[in-house]
Design a protein around this ligand. Structure first.
Ligand SMILES: Cc1cc2nc3c(=O)[nH]c(=O)nc-3n(C[C@H](O)[C@H](O)[C@H](O)COP(=O)(O)OP(=O)(O)OC[C@H]3O[C@@H](n4cnc5c(N)ncnc54)[C@H](O)[C@@H]3O)c2cc1C
Length: 393
């Protein structure tokens, strides 16, 4: 049997953050993933300033060194917002948008965790967890034992299955997922240059479509709350693509090479701790219910989980109470506000005539930019506590 202080299921941004912090503090830590890294991960790869600043604070990696190392592979100071075919906003900003390839990004962060002494188990699927005994089993028949388990195993988390119904209302959980599709188009296939991120409104209800630039390709995607979209998401995506005039890569049958993955979209678990098991990132439903942005919340929630485990080890403080306090202060408030605000935002997009929607977008675009980068919260007036430089609690 493999015994550790902490076992982390999942080696995405959430898992790597917890692994890095805990191993650096001397806890024996294992990380397990069903894939061998580097592995592909469907994502737009957009990092706003609040994320790059967290990377600096936690991993000591600055935005410029990440760019030098090729982890940030594209930076844009411009952005565009469209309502169907209408270009509503075409602006530049001094707040840069950074783009990463998730395969490289996740591998880079995993290596950071490994450099602190994490024991890594790849190609092992976690199949079951016993929260009472602290046991965890994998697909190769291995049994692991730990005092603490972190479920950072993404939206279809296996670790989450050991949580009782009062902590994971499973019906509500499923009803609040967004379906998302993406296609990667090599720059060599483009007839025009795409050098800034584009957001496209009006193609999908309770969601949006996007075109994000990367160094060697562009990422075209669409995502929307499944229960609000009765039309097939594939068809919505094809309608969107048709209007863009891009030649996308096709498979041998001439079909578009589409890739799909769900996004937690308003199903945040407010009690993601059960005994000594903590869920973080997508496994706990922690993505922004308006933008779908989840990388920041994966890092931040795992940071809180790791700090609570360290406090529990040092002081004997109860894990659940400690972790909930930190999450309630540093993770949940913005997600809660976004969920409330989106009723207005998506309601207005659906119901208002185009002219009013345009005025609303023009009124709100600067504010939205500041919210996305973490310069202010969803209350719009108040700056996020401590500005964007959120300190370690
Ligand atoms: C199409 C799309 C576009 C997106 N664009 C953006 C964006 O531009 N910016 C942004 O901030 N967010 C974006 N997101 C959201 C973002 O990708 C996620 O919120 C983020 O990846 C969550 O990180 P995580 O570590 O919690 O989970 P993941 O990144 O999903 O990592 C989970 C890991 O767990 C492993 N795993 C799963 N099950 C098991 C198991 N049973 N046993 C062992 N290992 C397991 C997986 O292999 C994976 O490596 C996007 C999502 C989608 C679908």
């Amino acid at each position: 049997m493999n015994a550790f202080d902490v076992i982390i299921a999942g080696c995405g941004p959430a898992g790597a953050t917890a692994g890095f912090i805990l191993a650096r503090q001397g806890l024996s830590t294992a990380m397990i993933d069903q894939h061998c890294f580097p592995r592909p991960k469907l994502c737009g790869g957009l990092l706003p300033l609040k994320t790059t600043e967290l990377l600096h604070r936690v991993f000591e990696e600055r935005i410029d060194t990440l760019a030098e190392k090729g982890i940030i592979n594209y930076t844009s100071h411009g952005y565009q917002i469209y309502l169907l075919k209408d270009l509503l906003v075409n602006k530049t900003t001094d707040l840069p948008f950074s783009f990463v390839d998730r395969s490289d990004y996740d591998q880079f962060l995993l290596e950071k965790a490994r450099s602190q002494g994490v024991a890594l188990f790849q190609d092992e699927r976690v199949t079951a967890v016993d929260p009472v005994e602290g046991d965890l089993w994998t697909s190769t028949g291995k049994r692991f034992k730990a005092r603490f388990i972190i479920g950072a195993d993404g939206i279809n988390s296996v670790v989450r299955r050991c949580f009782p119904e009062d902590k994971v209302k499973r019906k509500t959980w499923s009803a609040n997922k967004a379906a998302a599709l993406e296609v990667y188009i090599p720059r060599s296939c483009l007839q025009r240059n795409i050098d800034q991120p584009q957001v496209h409104l009006g193609y999908v209800d309770w969601g949006y479509a996007w075109v994000f630039p990367n160094r060697d390709s562009i990422i075209v995607g669409i995502g929307g709350l499944s229960r609000k979209n009765h039309k097939n998401i594939n068809q919505l995506f094809l309608d969107f693509m048709a209007g863009l005039n891009f030649t996308a890569p096709a498979d041998s049958d001439g079909e578009l090479k589409l890739h799909g993955h769900p996004i937690p979209y308003g199903n945040m678990l407010t009690r993601p701790v059960h005994r000594n098991v903590v869920l973080t990132g997508d496994a706990a439903g922690l993505a922004d219910p308006i933008t779908g942005e989840g990388i920041y919340y994966a890092h931040r929630s795992s940071e809180m989980a790791a700090l609570s485990i360290l406090r529990t080890v040092k002081t004997g403080a109860p894990l659940e109470e400690t972790c909930l306090k930190l999450m309630q202060r540093h993770v949940f408030p913005e997600l809660r506000r976004a969920k409330l605000l989106r009723i207005l935002v998506f309601g207005a997009l659906k119901r208002l005539p185009a002219a009013m929607t345009k005025r609303l977008v023009l009124w709100g675009d600067r504010k939205a930019l500041h919210v996305i980068h973490g310069l202010r919260g969803y209350t719009l007036k108040a700056r996020v506590k401590g500005g964007r430089h959120e300190d370690c609690p």
